[in-house]
Write a protein that binds this ligand. Structure first.
Ligand SMILES: [Fe+2]
Length: 157
């Protein structure tokens, strides 16, 4: 039987990957809650499209949050798990429930840009460490978020 080949990252490199994954996950949590709020609160002539789009996004984001947390567990660490910590760490900020549909779409486009930036940051850590599996997850998130960004920005033109 062929010997088990491990990927070549050490505990210090894993620590940096975990930190960047926790940061990304905290941002995804706030973004997720914003998408849910906008799904509920959106009004106006774009109601049906945006109501549906926000739901598709939060369902995809929910799966990504789970993948990130489980990747951290694979490294033997526990993901951060309290809403307080997410709020403290997140670059993406909550909004109130009085936004119009244009403000909502601008918020979500800005969130997408932040999430892509944070995914690139995390990818730098994982690729430096030779962690192919985390890199693959992050590349998938970047691809998906870039596509969502394109679709939403095309819709509002
Ligand atoms: Fe709903």
């Amino acid at each position: 039987m062929k010997n088990y080949r491990k990927l070549g990252f050490d505990s210090q490199e894993t620590k940096e990957i975990v930190e960047s994954l926790n940061t990304l996950m905290a941002n995804y949590h706030i973004h997720y809650q914003k998408l849910r709020n906008y799904h509920w609160d959106v009004e106006g002539h774009s109601f049906f499209e945006l109501h549906e789009f926000f739901e598709l996004e939060y369902n995809a984001v929910k799966l990504q949050i789970d993948e990130i947390a489980e990747r951290i567990r694979i490294f033997g660490m526990k993901p951060i798990s309290t809403l307080k910590e997410y709020l403290d760490i997140s670059e993406i900020k909550e909004t109130n429930n009085s936004l119009g549909s244009e403000e909502m779409t601008n918020e979500i486009l800005n969130d997408f840009e932040m999430l892509i930036s944070l995914s690139i940051d995390a990818h730098e850590k994982s690729s430096l460490a030779g962690d192919l599996a985390t890199s693959d997850l992050l590349i998938g998130y970047i691809k998906r978020t870039e596509k969502s960004h394109w679709m939403l920005s095309s819709f509002i033109k």
